[in-house]
Write a protein that binds this ligand. Structure first.
Ligand SMILES: Nc1ncnc2c1ncn2[C@@H]1O[C@H](COP(=O)(O)OP(=O)(O)OP(=O)(O)O)[C@@H](O)[C@H]1O
Length: 381
């Protein structure tokens, strides 16, 4: 049954940090809460951990009212960005702390604690580190100790708030993979808060996209990438960039091309937003019927080529991403005028209140590339 979060609201003065947040987390699921700074991620976590109470809403776990339980009795393991290890305690003492703070009736005997600590340190691959102090560990090792300490209470729910936020990029990537595998082997229901898209998409079974205290979309990484529910989700997850476009009748008009759209109902009252992702802007042979663009600059980044392009009717440059091979075939350099093809566009129609009325992914007919994204569809808000 898992955890059912229903219509949570948290207000600080006049500021609404969580606005009508509902979410169900399955047993053993790994869910990432992804959003920009200030979107309400930590506020949600604090409520689940029992560090804060909502102004409205409920949280049930297997039918039990979680909000009515004292924090210590919720069976929640917590890991924060900044290592909250006790500097004057050894690694073993830090991990044992999780067991020692249990209510006395549930507190194990010293020998059991010792064996438990050894087992946990093996699990987080830190055998042999038991007698070190936190200052004698690397950042990544400290976070693994923090995780072992959180796991010591055998939590039913693991809450991780930017646990790798303070670590350098390579350590982050390694720990991500490690944690993903670790979760697979333990299967503890986990909520992972991050503002890092790659981290969320790479690790989570499902991603919750938050913005300004509201959930914009919940879905698997693939669903959110392929079918962003809102312009915000498209921008934030798939780096969607807006293009000047109009829907007239059954056609979408962008850069002088018209594409037929089926099952997309938008009348004049609807505002249209058209997005394109960097990887859906392809370099086309010159003299094709593509869109003319001026290549402003190129950056070579680990096997991909990132390009900034100036196109008509768009003030900001468009960002495109090509693989090295595709780029090398055209050998375009900064300053050249190139032809581009748009391989997929996402179109949103919103009403006056900004509610999404229709959404569709279209593949322009002139794209000569095989495209795998599914049929056009209309989605109710
Ligand atoms: N105790 C508080 N009093 C007043 N405002 C608060 C309080 N706690 C949080 N807020 C505000 O609520 C909003 C959401 O904060 P929250 O910490 O949940 O965001 P977040 O998504 O976790 O951001 P970050 O990624 O920066 O940690 C922020 O604008 C923050 O300033």
């Amino acid at each position: 049954m898992g955890i059912e979060i229903y219509r949570l609201r948290r207000q600080y003065g006049a500021f609404v940090a969580l606005d009508d947040v509902s979410l169900t987390i399955g047993d053993g699921e790994f869910v990432a809460v992804l959003g920009p700074s200030g979107s309400g991620k930590t506020s949600l976590l604090r409520i689940l951990a029992g560090l804060d109470q909502p102004d409205a809403g409920s949280v049930y776990r297997d039918g039990q009212d979680l909000l009515a339980l004292d924090a210590r009795r919720r069976g929640v393991g917590l890991v924060f960005q900044h290592y909250a290890l006790f500097p004057h305690m050894t690694v073993a003492q830090n991990v044992a702390f999780g067991l020692r703070v249990r209510p006395w009736r549930l507190r194990p005997k010293a020998a059991v604690i010792k064996a438990g600590v050894e087992h946990l340190l093996r699990q987080v691959e830190l055998e042999g580190f038991a007698d070190r102090y936190p200052s004698q560990l690397s950042g990544g090792q400290r976070q693994r100790v923090a995780l072992a300490r959180a796991l010591a209470i055998e939590p039913r729910l693991l809450l991780l708030d930017e646990p790798f936020g303070a670590l350098d990029a390579q350590v982050r990537v390694n720990l991500r993979r490690w944690l993903r595998e670790f979760h697979r082997s333990l299967g503890i229901t986990t909520l992972f808060v991050t503002h890092d898209q790659d981290e969320a998409l790479e690790m989570a079974d499902r991603v919750v996209v938050m913005n300004r205290g509201r959930i914009e979309q919940i879905g698997t990484p693939e669903q959110i990438y392929r079918q962003p529910a809102t312009p915000f989700a498209s921008r934030f997850i798939a780096r969607g960039q807006s293009l000047p476009g109009e829907v007239r009748g059954q056609h979408l008009h962008v850069f002088g091309h018209a594409w037929r759209m089926e099952n997309f109902v938008a009348d004049d009252a609807h505002e249209i937003t058209v997005h394109v992702r960097p990887e859906d802007i392809a370099l086309a042979p010159v003299q094709s019927d593509g869109v003319k663009a001026q290549l402003l600059n190129l950056r070579h980044v680990a096997g991909t080529v990132r390009a900034s392009l100036r196109v008509e009717n768009r003030e900001e440059p468009l960002e495109a991403e090509w693989n090295e091979r595709d780029w090398a075939r055209h050998a375009a350099t900064a300053g050249d005028t190139v032809d581009i093809h748009l391989l997929a566009l996402t179109v949103f129609a919103t009403d006056e209140e900004g509610r999404i009325q229709a959404r569709s992914t279209v593949h322009p007919p002139h794209a000569s590339f095989p495209v795998a994204v599914g049929p056009w569809r209309r989605v109710e808000a």
